[in-house]
Design a protein around this ligand. Structure first.
Ligand code: ZN
Length: 306
């Protein structure tokens, strides 16, 4: 296949629903043709989780399904503008609702693939609790969600052959959650990283494991790659892997220093929040910094004491 570098902005729609929730933004979703037949829908603001779809000659693969059925239907409309081929597979990069609460719209694929811990996190009471947690954000469309767990799961790696495409699904270990996968497309030298990578914004770390997240990024960085599709933010190259890794390394080093100096969690937050805010002043979602410090402080303290 002739590889083309990103052809930006195939189509644009305005997220009218999101505007009512986030009136201060001009949220605009863009569908970017990353390669011929590989599209990523990237959101500027608001609920900006990315979705990628691959149109193979045999059918369509969807990676992550947005935060609600209404949002997922917009993804489906983008697919149907381009092909009438059937859905083959839906893949969830991890369990978070902004990547899975649209699953029901893609149930026509019959197969929703994820790491086995995603099924655990979305089944029964756990799934119900996760939806209730998302409802606290007062987002539109969550009342229509029927939490739909993956029905094909794996533990370490899985390979998917579809039409002319070959996807390696890899669970390196814990990172952003305990059930992350990333998708390596070796022939395209591309990776769909899920939320192991946030581009241009502080990551959400509420379910994260900082040490193992750094290890996972190290592994991805050493793959033969040119294009990196993050879970949030614009498509990029290796520098966006390195930026995320350096942030986590910085965070870890700073928090470790605080713990060694006997600082309480509150003192660590007070000392480090302004440092990180300044160092990453171009990044969005600075309101996540305190949570990032807290999660890292807990992890490192636990390890120190065990
Ligand atoms: Zn996530």
């Amino acid at each position: 296949m002739v590889r083309k570098k990103m052809q930006i902005v195939v189509s644009v729609w305005v997220l009218a629903g999101l505007l009512s929730v986030f009136p201060w933004t001009q949220a605009v979703a863009k569908t970017v043709e990353v390669f011929p037949n590989v599209f990523t829908i990237v959101h500027g603001e608001g609920i900006d989780s990315n979705t990628t779809f691959i149109i193979t000659k045999d059918g369509v693969i969807v990676v992550d399904t947005r935060v609600s059925p209404a949002e997922a239907k917009k993804v489906m409309a983008e697919i149907r503008k381009r092909t009438d081929l059937p859905l083959l597979y839906t893949i969830n990069t991890h369990y978070h609702g902004d990547h899975t609460f649209g699953n029901q719209v893609f149930s026509g694929s019959k197969t929703i693939i994820a790491h086995k811990n995603v099924r655990r996190s979305l089944t029964g009471e756990a799934g119900h609790d996760h939806l209730e947690f998302f409802k606290t954000f007062k987002l539109e469309g969550l009342d229509e969600v029927t939490v739909t767990p993956p029905n094909m799961v794996f533990e370490k790696n899985m390979e998917v052959y579809a039409g002319e495409y070959y996807l390696k699904l890899i669970h390196f270990g814990r990172g952003h959650t305990d059930g992350d996968l990333f998708i390596h497309l070796p022939t395209l030298k591309a990776v769909i990283a899920g939320d192991l990578i946030f581009n241009g914004q502080f990551p959400y770390m509420g379910d994260g494991y900082v040490d193992e997240w750094i290890d996972a990024l190290d592994f991805i960085e050493n793959e033969d790659l040119e294009i990196v599709i993050p879970g949030h933010g614009a498509v990029g190259g290796k520098p966006i892997i390195i930026a995320m890794k350096h942030y986590l390394l910085n965070l870890k080093t700073l928090v470790k220093e605080q713990i060694e100096n006997g600082a309480s969690l509150k003192q660590a937050k007070e000392a480090l929040n302004p440092i990180l805010k300044e160092k990453y002043k171009n990044w969005g979602k600075p309101e996540r910094i305190d949570g990032n410090i807290e999660r890292t402080y807990m992890e490192l303290s636990f390890k120190k004491n065990s």
